[in-house]
Design a protein around this ligand. Structure first.
Ligand code: SAM
Length: 367
């Protein structure tokens, strides 16, 4: 982890590409919108009239949450017609904030809620969710989707896989320890930010009750595929073993029990800070590209559409794991070859590929 508390080397694709390539992520957020509206409806009328603050942590380019934010503003205004509304978009300092500004201010491909309302104030922060983003007791509803699986630091390199879902023994234990600490850090800072009566709506990648997780819901296991292709690259001498081990993704998918623990144990610092679990369930949102393929049956189109969505979130990790002593062009060409190999695999044998999302949908209240 960097001294500033954000993970080095993780960036989503910039230039507005993120929201275009991740329509599935928007579906995930749209499914959470009723939880946000419910959180707003529970806020005391008197307080709402003085103003309302919503945060969207790990927002990327803000495109995927535009509809959710529009619905939240409408819900506030339905109860308090003149309430000033502040929307705080936050992400890591290396995020593409230009793309975010373009999306929020309607300069990108999406419609923005700003056109429909006066008195709505979007603000942008580069503070990691591993730190306090807002002053004490100023937040009404804290939202985050598909972001908090990124750890503050990589617990260790995994010797036989690229993701903790394939880790074993001491390596798995190291990830579990770091992830438990990270989750508590995130929650403690949110406990400080929230006003009493406020709520968090957090939609995080999870391992569900049946052991399912992102890209592993019955077909081809996506993370095993990532791993197999890189191991083939090691075997072919295209990358070194050390580069492969460096590719370990600094991510962890909690179970419902792991998410719930600090919110239900009266001795936990998070519980003592006043946070309580109001709701948790796990949901699967189907991979839109695999669903489209089931309709059109064109394997080449499926491969062309599906691989970019994966690339948005793991390319920077893989690229940064390659030896910096390699010329830049060589590193770029290895990465290009990797995704082309994956595309060919999907094109030649498309059945079972796909990245179904598996999330825990959580509502957390502040006493
Ligand atoms: C998959 S994107 C999700 C974007 C959006 N929330 C969505 O659901 O479509 C994950 C985002 O989390 C951000 N992120 C990762 N670690 C973070 C941290 N420590 N603090 C803030 N944002 C972080 C990444 O930069 C990225 O923009």
């Amino acid at each position: 982890m960097s001294a500033r508390g954000h993970s080095e080397g993780i960036t989503m694709s910039g230039g507005g590409l993120y929201s275009l390539a991740t329509i599935g992520a928007r579906h995930v957020i749209d499914a959470a919108t009723p939880l946000v509206i419910d959180a707003i409806e529970r806020l005391p009328e008197k307080r709402l009239a003085t103003g309302f603050t919503l945060s969207d942590m790990g927002t990327a380019d803000a495109g995927t949450s535009l509809s959710m934010v529009a619905a939240a503003v409408a819900a506030v205004r339905a109860r308090a017609a003149d309430a000033p509304v502040t929307i705080v978009y936050s992400d890591q300092p290396r995020n593409d904030f230009n793309a975010l500004i373009a999306n929020v201010y309607g300069l990108g491909p999406f419609e923005t809620y700003l056109d429909a309302y006066e008195g709505v104030f979007p603000l942008v922060s580069g503070t990691t969710f591993y730190k306090q983003i807002l002053p004490d007791a100023t937040l009404d509803v804290g939202f985050s989707a598909t972001a908090m699986h990124w750890m503050s630091t990589k617990a260790c390199n995994i010797s036989n896989h690229v993701q903790a879902v394939g880790a074993e023994g001491d390596e798995l234990a190291a990830f579990q320890r770091q992830a438990a600490e990270d989750w508590r850090t995130i929650l403690r800072h949110r406990a400080a930010e929230l006003r009493p009566g406020g709520r968090l709506v957090l939609i995080n990648f999870a391992r569900d009750e049946q052991g399912r997780y992102l890209g592993n819901t019955g077909g081809v296991n996506m993370f095993d595929t990532f791993n197999e292709i890189w191991l083939d690259f090691v075997a072919a001498g295209r990358i070194t073993r050390a580069e492969y081990e460096n590719m370990t993704l600094p991510q962890y998918y909690n179970t419902v029990e792991e998410f719930s623990a600090p919110l239900t144990d009266p001795d936990d610092a998070v519980y003592r800070a006043g946070l309580r679990l109001a709701h948790i369930d796990t949901r699967i949102v189907k991979c839109p590209f695999a669903e489209a393929f089931a309709e059109h049956g064109d394997a080449a189109r499926f491969a062309e559409e599906y691989i970019p969505t994966i690339r948005t979130w793991n390319e920077s990790i893989y690229f940064n794991a390659l030896d910096a002593a390699r010329p830049l062009d060589e590193r770029k060409s290895i990465i290009e070859n990797y995704y082309n190999t994956y595309k060919k695999m999907v094109r030649d044998n498309p059945d079972g590929h796909g990245m179904d999302y598996v999330h825990a949908y959580m509502v957390i209240s502040k006493e």
